[in-house]
Design a protein around this ligand. Structure first.
Ligand code: PLP
Length: 465
């Protein structure tokens, strides 16, 4: 019953009532005209007609999809794709597209940020035990009590803030749902929300679903510092919130204390909320992670969003949470109640076990990731990229222009097809794709051998233009 409701709700939000086979029928038409020129055509269209290029790109499917769908589509005409206006500019996410291309070309996937190694045994065992113990029915909407209190203890340890697990913590289906519940529960149509570009792709889509007006501030290389004057002039009487992400995907930037203090005083002065996405808080390598909520006067106007996936290499579990004072929790829980109502019960029990991990777990996690980062960063420098410093997350952004290709999409195409390595073009993280055309993102959340092999492939096949 509940899952039926959730599905209906998703359909209403996006009118996404097509089958994969319908998508394929569309893609088949495009492919039959210019399958081999797909990327080239897309690149030349990128600036003038970027969305249509993304539609073309989103036609990539696996061989298995192709066979069954060809049979389906040969038999009956397919109705045109339908999508509500608020979502029509968004196509299949770049991560799905790149992962599909990686499979198609047998390329090493340093694109999408999911580890190619498994999460810890003690957490997996806890999930198995919870299932065996019959913890399998709907959980309490805002979280299994044990998980809410464990999140509160961890937040106290990390930030010194004491929060009420019953009134100030909401467990969600990953940080993605925490973002959606926060935006849909607290933003009215026409409200202005400030984003820092490049930004994680769900922000723009979810703000669009809420009818918000986006104001974008661009963080520029080499240090991706916040342009404070631009930020000041972007704040108007209609500004409702600033959405920030630290450590930051895709750049690896960590907002400095000075930047956070300035943003905090602007928010207090102008009565603006902060939505802080801190999913990479435990992957802070070069400096200490600072939670916006911990700054003086900020807890009462901040929603802190996080999840289990990155810290425990369990991105498929989708257990997340939002921490906020009761007056903000009220709105986000209203949205959460009708988006998913509750998230997986046994995984919540296991998440509580995970978050009780000893300090040694986090120390080892950082040590492992620093070794991986070293392999990738040094490798990319040796290949000839201009590598920008990454202080946190498991991403690093580089300038690809020494290799002479026009833009990030053309470069990523070349990298997949000719070199056998996948990276993410960063133009998809900007409102104006032009701003990201020189940059691509690699991830180092892969085992060391995979990283070394990818570097070797690039050393062997990439030539500076
Ligand atoms: C900045 C950022 N926020 C949120 C998410 C989504 O987190 P989750 O998988 O917990 O929904 C990601 C995933 O890549 C991310 O990079």
């Amino acid at each position: 019953m509940q899952s039926q409701c959730t599905w209906t709700c998703c359909q209403m939000l996006g009118c996404l009532s097509f089958k994969p086979s319908t998508l394929f029928a569309f893609s088949k038409h495009l492919r039959s005209t210019s399958s081999d020129r797909l990327w080239t055509r897309g690149c030349s269209l990128r600036v003038a007609n970027y969305p249509s290029f993304m539609a073309t790109l989103s036609t990539v499917s696996t061989e298995k999809d192709a066979v069954s769908s060809q049979n389906d589509s040969a038999q009956k005409p397919q109705p045109p794709l339908q999508v509500a206006k608020r979502l029509e500019k968004f196509k299949t996410t770049i991560f799905t597209q790149m992962s599909s291309l990686a499979i198609k070309h047998g390329a090493i996937n340093l694109g999408q940020g999911f580890p190619n190694f498994d999460g810890p045994e003690f957490v997996k065992e806890a999930a198995i035990q919870a299932i065996k113990d019959g913890k399998n029915q709907y959980a309490r909407g805002y979280g299994v009590p044990e998980l809410n209190s464990t999140i509160a203890s961890r937040f106290k340890k990390d930030t010194g803030l004491v929060v009420d697990p019953e009134k100030e913590i909401t467990v969600t289906s990953g940080c993605t749902e925490a973002i959606a519940a926060t935006i849909l529960g607290l933003i009215n149509p026409g409200d202005e929300v400030i984003l820092f570009a490049p930004f994680y792709d769900s922000y723009e889509a979810t703000l669009s679903m809420a009818g918000a007006k986006i104001r974008c501030i661009t963080l520029r290389p080499p240090d991706f510092a916040v342009p404070i004057n631009e930020l000041k002039s972007a704040i108007t009487e209609n500004t409702r919130a600033i959405l920030l992400n630290t450590p930051h995907n895709p750049t690896g930037k960590m907002f400095t204390r000075e930047e956070l203090n300035t943003i905090a005083s602007l928010c207090i002065e102008n009565d603006v909320l902060v939505f802080a996405d801190e999913v990479y808080d435990k992957l802070a390598f070069e400096m200490e992670h600072i939670s916006m909520a911990s700054l003086p006067g900020m807890y009462e106007r901040t929603v802190t969003m996080n999840s289990l996936g990155k810290t425990f290499s369990l991105t498929g579990w989708k257990i997340g949470w939002a921490i906020a004072p009761p007056h903000l929790t009220w709105g986000l829980r209203q949205a959460h109640a009708f988006l998913t109502f509750a998230t997986s019960t046994p995984m919540q029990w296991a998440a509580a076990t995970a978050l009780n991990a000893p300090d040694s777990y986090y120390i080892e996690l950082k040590r492992d990731y620093m070794a991986k980062k070293e392999i990738l960063v040094e490798g990319l420098k040796a290949v000839g990229f201009k590598v920008f410093p990454s202080s946190g997350t498991y991403f690093v952004v580089v300038d690809h222009t020494p290799f002479g290709l026009d833009n990030d999409i053309a470069f990523c195409e070349y990298l997949i097809k000719e070199v056998g390595v996948v990276a993410i073009p960063t133009s998809v993280f900007y409102l104006n794709p032009e701003e990201g055309k020189n940059l691509i993102r690699f991830t180092f959340c892969k085992d060391e051998e995979t990283l070394r092999t990818a570097v070797e492939r690039m050393k062997e096949k990439l030539r500076r233009g």
